[in-house]
Design a protein around this ligand. Sequence first.
Ligand code: 1HE
Length: 268
Amino acid sequence: MTLAGQLPDFQNIDLTQDEDGIWVVTLNRPQKRNALNEATIEELIELFSKAPRLGARAIVLAAAGDHFCAGLDLVEHHDNDRAPEEFMHICLRWHEAFNKMEYGGVPVIAALKGAVVGGGLELASAAHIRVADSTTYFALPEGQRGLFTGGGATIRVADLVGKARMIDMMLTGRVYQGQEALDIGMMQYLESGSSLDKAMELARQAAANLPLTNFAICSAISHLQNMSAMDAAYAEAVVAGVVNTQKGARERLDAFAKKTAARVRPNS
Ligand code: 1HE
């Protein structure tokens, strides 16, 4: 499927797509360290709302320049001198964008580098897999700026690294990077080389799964986490009823039964 005519020309993000349905979405305001202004958030909403219906099999979220994302556009925020209700609505648009990512059913893999701070960390935490390189560092400088998180950090960053670490990051400006960031669960991969290359490799692996299976992995798990254990168990059974009886799964099970499918082996 081509994207021609189905998505507008974006000004703040760059989009490429290959024949396997791997999309690369690149934040493209490097001169502003990819700070998230209102326009970028609207473009992310448009893109992540439509991607599942336009055949995206996996999405790599990348960034132009040396930094992944500097968070909220502080200059726009300053210049607009927003009223409380205005900024509340801005935050709701951020949630719209990031919820479309997390719950959209298409694997999103973030290729991180440089600063992943404030709203940039909120964005990264809405991806399903985070890959960092040796330049990547994480912080929540809101506390020092006289601000508070508004793009889901209290949910997703606390979920990744725990409430106590998030509070410490905000109170003290603590920066996490490298092995320590990996150890606490900020990201799942730490690359000595290019995070983008690794993210592309992971995207291709994920895209080899059946789309309906990926939909469940990249939508149902998040929804189920929001439910009571009783309700989650029920909903999980319903999702599995649909996913585990799909035609494509039957073919894969057939290959297993005929011993032509790969076996699960430990890493060599
Ligand atoms: C920006 C922003 C921004 C850079 N908004 N314009 N986020 C922060 O507190 C991070 C603020 N940014 C930084 O700490 C640094 O800019 C970086 C570590 C990311 C990069 O440093 P550096 O030395 O490479 O760049 P720079 O010289 O600081 O900035 C280059 C340009 O990017 C400059 O613009 P210019 O027109 O003067 O060239 C900066 O103004 C611009 N820039 N970061 C706007 N964030 C929903 S609530 C979420 C709450 C938050 O996210 S709080 C924000 C936290």
